[in-house]
Design a protein around this ligand. Structure first.
Ligand code: ADP
Ligand code: MG
Length: 250
């Protein structure tokens, strides 16, 4: 089961994984209210759909004043956003995330996924954050680090060091990054995730580590153990045939 970025970031907050301040909005008025709550500019207005590549498709925009928030929110809400992940028909945008704009020093890539072949959790990381990871994997596979974690042993210091050194994490950010990896591992296992992807994970201009994007997929076969997650499902985003099938427990 997929969820939206704003929901994934809410889950991150529960696990002390740092994310920018932000709020979801369902209307232009709501976007202005969310901006007021943040209390400073610039803010970033982000389309909430179950697909990535929103930035390139025009679904992520910076706004430096309340007027700009109004214009940009108006533009994005109700647009049919086409990205490389939506297919040519695109997806109608019904929700926005209004988020505090960050000063980015470096964009990194980080994901956790289940590797069935080795029955482990694999951490993938790359210094080429913000880019399409499939392209990095195809053109420069040596720039992707993979670290396997045995779920019975859990994440250990040596796993963290391997990922951190691979990303050339500066020493000042090591402690934060270690905590982030441990917390993310706990989130992944406790919620029966099949994928958690942060692209980009950033180093801010003040050396803070922050999840700027968040993608979380849950293993649908394990959802019966997580009644609290079922409310996060957005049927609007799913294939109507799949929705109908799941109504019959198929
Ligand atoms: P997508 O992956 O769907 O394109 P992202 O959330 O990764 O969407 O946003 C695309 C890009 O927009 C990011 O790589 C980053 O450069 C920029 N961006 C996103 N959120 C923020 C933010 N809060 N502050 C500054 N820049 C941002
Ligand atoms: Mg992204």
């Amino acid at each position: 089961m997929k969820i939206h970025e704003y929901q994934a970031k809410q889950l991150f907050r529960q696990y002390n994984i740092p994310v920018p301040e932000g709020n979801v909005a369902f209307s232009v008025g709501g976007a202005k209210e969310a901006t007021q709550n943040i209390g400073s500019f610039p803010v970033v207005v982000k389309a909430q759909i179950h697909a990535g590549g929103r930035g390139k498709g025009g679904g992520v925009k910076l706004a430096s004043s309340m007027d700009e928030v109004q214009t940009v929110a108006n533009e994005i809400l109700g647009m049919t956003l086409v990205t490389h992940q939506t297919g040519p028909e695109g997806k109608l945008v019904k929700k926005l995330l209004i988020e505090a704009g960050q000063e980015i020093q470096k964009e990194l890539y980080l994901s956790f996924l289940v590797d069935r072949a080795t029955a482990s959790v694999v951490i993938m990381a790359s210094q080429d954050g913000g880019m399409d990871i499939e392209t990095v994997a195809e053109k420069t596979p040596e720039r992707i680090i993979k670290v396997h974690v045995d779920p019975l042993l859990g994440i250990q210091g040596y796993h963290i060091r391997q990922v951190a050194f691979g990303l050339k994490m500066p020493p000042v950010a090591m402690k934060q990054f270690g905590a982030l990896l441990s917390n993310l591992f706990r989130l992944f296992v406790e919620n029966d995730c099949s994928l958690v992807e942060i692209n980009p994970l950033i180093l801010t201009s003040t050396d803070k580590v922050l999840a700027l994007d968040a993608k979380v997929d849950f293993d649908s076969n394990a959802l019966h153990r997580h009644k609290e997650l079922i409310g996060l499902r957005d049927l609007d985003e799913e294939d109507p045939l799949e929705v109908e099938a799941s109504g019959y427990n198929l």
